[in-house]
Ligand binder design. Structure first.
Ligand code: AP5
Ligand code: MG
Length: 223
């Protein structure tokens, strides 16, 4: 890794569209999407001892303790596919995580390029999440109204089966939003102070938001 890498963070509440936009960004900019949620859901599905621990927090919509997430994340950004940068989706989620990431990136001489915060009002988020469907193979996300798959229940990209996430029930969503406002929203201020925060209105059409995000990234890239 070097200081010219494209190291991005997507910050935003549950349902803001982090995963939806990340899938488009990774295709265009050839950097991997690293979703701590996806990594931990894979650990839960594997049935490992770590997965069992994570399951309890995730199904309640609570944050997984920092030390567990950090181990997973720091190991992942050491992989070879991150040599030119990465897009973090859903990490960091606490100030402690943000500080630990900063320390790790200083050690690698590979600072953050920018933090794109996707802003969407809470009332819009609940309806996005309750009608979301996810691909069991490639994690692509769909919406029963706004982003329908071509064939019901089947992923357009890899033909995997679509499922509904267990934490996408109204009750758990309520807690996820509460946790976001209490523990993650302070990161907006944290990155604003470092002058690397780029807010985007996430309550628009998916393609329009993507265009705005590309404009931001292209400006980061230009000398
Ligand atoms: P995670 O998997 O990261 O979930 P999240 O942050 O709650 O975010 P989501 O994945 O629900 O939303 P998204 O922003 O990706 O939205 P999407 O693009 O799918 O984390 C899950 C859990 O893991 C956490 O609760 C916690 O327990 C744990 N965890 C993860 N990271 C952690 C960390 N760092 N520390 C501690 N714990 C951690 O879009 C949502 C829906 O809306 C889709 O149906 C989509 O099609 C639709 N949509 C998207 N954009 C639009 C648009 N513009 N208009 C209309 N519909 C849209
Ligand atoms: Mg997501």
């Amino acid at each position: 890794m070097t200081s010219s890498n494209l190291n991005l963070i997507f910050l935003g509440p549950p349902g803001a569209g982090k995963g939806t936009q990340a899938q488009r960004v990774v295709e265009k900019y050839s950097i991997p999407q690293i979703s701590t949620g996806d990594l931990m859901r894979a650990a839960v599905s594997s049935g490992s001892a770590l997965g069992e621990k994570l399951k309890n927090y995730m199904s309640a919509g609570a944050l997984v303790p920092d030390e567990l997430v950090l181990d997973i994340l720091l190991e992942r950004i050491g992989h070879e596919d991150c040599a030119n940068g990465f897009l973090l989706d859903g990490f960091p989620r606490t100030v402690a995580q943000a500080e630990a990431l900063e320390t790790a990136l200083v050690e690698r001489n590979s600072p953050l390029s920018g933090v794109i915060s996707i802003d969407v009002p809470d009332q819009v988020l609940t309806s996005r999440l309750t009608a979301r469907r996810i691909c069991s193979k490639c994690s692509a996300s769909y919406h029963l109204e706004f982003l329908k798959p071509q064939k019901d229940g089947i992923c357009d990209k890899c033909s995997g089966e679509l499922y509904q996430r267990k934490d996408d029930s109204e009750e758990v969503i309520k807690n996820r939003l509460k946790v976001y406002h209490e523990q993650t929203a302070p990161l907006v201020d944290f990155y604003q102070k470092k002058k690397i925060l780029y807010p985007v209105d996430g309550n628009k059409k998916i393609d329009m938001i993507f265009q705005e995000i590309c404009d931001i990234i292209d400006n980061l890239n230009s000398p």
